[in-house]
Design a protein around this ligand. Structure first.
Ligand code: BV8
Length: 247
């Protein structure tokens, strides 16, 4: 692994007040498509058509086809060594806070007990009549768009553009960022707010902010340290031995 600073080594060994913020790049090595860049999800499906309330109101079937395809993809993938390294580290350091923009559930599948999901979950649906949300792991759905027992249409329980993030989840993530000693920002293009603003919150409060990403991002020159490379290789080396997959 590339050379890391003594400060990062000490903070990882101490394991207190550590916050991890992940994006789609964290799941790339599990075979899950990211959003932006070559072969990204948004390449074939413009955001405004499949990740906005207006797009859903205009063509719910098109939106559900987009999310159903992702549900089917997720049903067939597993966490990689980077997910397992994070989960193993969290098990050894219960104070670590795992915040994700991802909706694929792979941190939980790797064994992380508590994950703050800022943008919702692929495997949760929400009734468009009463807003009630629940887990629904049927893949595929019997019909699209899926219906609630009350007869109303169901929507994915995810946060679309122009929609507020779940208030309690974002408040917990923001509070943890303000108290962080070490903030790892992993696999995100740092373009989508307010999640992308959390590294700056941590930095302003004195955290050592480290970006783990094979590519530069708009925050690369604002963080304290950059580990340029894939999460699946960097995290096991950074956080210690990776447990066998049968955890
Ligand atoms: C809101 C749906 C307000 C779920 C998504 C300032 C403040 C607040 C809002 C805004 C603001 N400025 C603009 C806004 C509006 C907007 C926004 O941020 N627009 C951007 C594009 C300018 N924000 C919103 O609309 C948010 N809502 O603020 O509402 C409000 C308040 C009150 C009342 C009403 C409204 C909602 C944002 C959530 C939108 N939903 N998706 C889904 O389908 O998943 S966003 C979408 O992008 C995903 O959720 C994803 O999580 C997110 C970010 O993408 P990334 O995860 O970073 O993925 P990406 O592909 O971009 O990058 C992958 C990275 O991984 C790359 O850097 C790559 O190099 C790297 N990588 C690749 N391989 C690896 C790797 N890294 C490590 N290892 C590897 N192997």
């Amino acid at each position: 692994m590339q050379q890391i600073s003594q400060r990062l080594a000490d903070l990882v060994a101490r394991g207190r007040d550590v916050v991890v913020l992940t994006g789609a790049g964290m799941s790339a090595e599990s075979g899950v498509a990211t959003f932006r860049g070559a072969g990204g999800l948004w390449e074939n499906e413009p955001v405004e058509r499949v990740a906005t309330p207006e797009g859903f109101a205009h063509d719910p079937l098109r939106v559900w086809r987009f999310y159903e395809a992702r549900r089917q993809q997720i049903a067939g993938v597993a966490p990689h060594a980077g997910h397992r390294a994070l989960a193993d580290y969290a098990a050894r350091h219960p104070g670590i806070v795992t915040v994700t923009q991802n909706i694929d559930g792979l941190h939980q599948a790797a064994g992380v007990e508590e994950v703050i999901e800022l943008h919702g979950s692929l495997m949760r649906v929400r009734c468009t009549r009463d807003g009630g949300a629940r887990e629904d792991r049927r893949v595929p759905f019997p019909a699209l768009p899926p219906r609630c027992d009350c007869g109303a249409m169901l929507r994915p329980d995810v946060v679309w553009f122009g929609e507020a993030l779940p208030e309690a989840a974002f408040a917990r993530a923001h509070d943890a960022s303000r108290r962080a000693a070490l903030f790892l920002v992993i696999g995100t293009s740092a373009l989508v707010y307010p999640a992308a603003g959390l590294p700056a919150v941590a930095s302003a409060a004195g955290a050592w902010v480290v970006e783990i990403n094979p590519e530069p991002t708009p925050i690369s020159d604002q963080v304290d340290e950059v580990l340029r490379g894939p999460a699946g290789a960097i995290l096991p080396a950074l956080l210690g031995a990776v447990p066998t997959p049968d955890r």
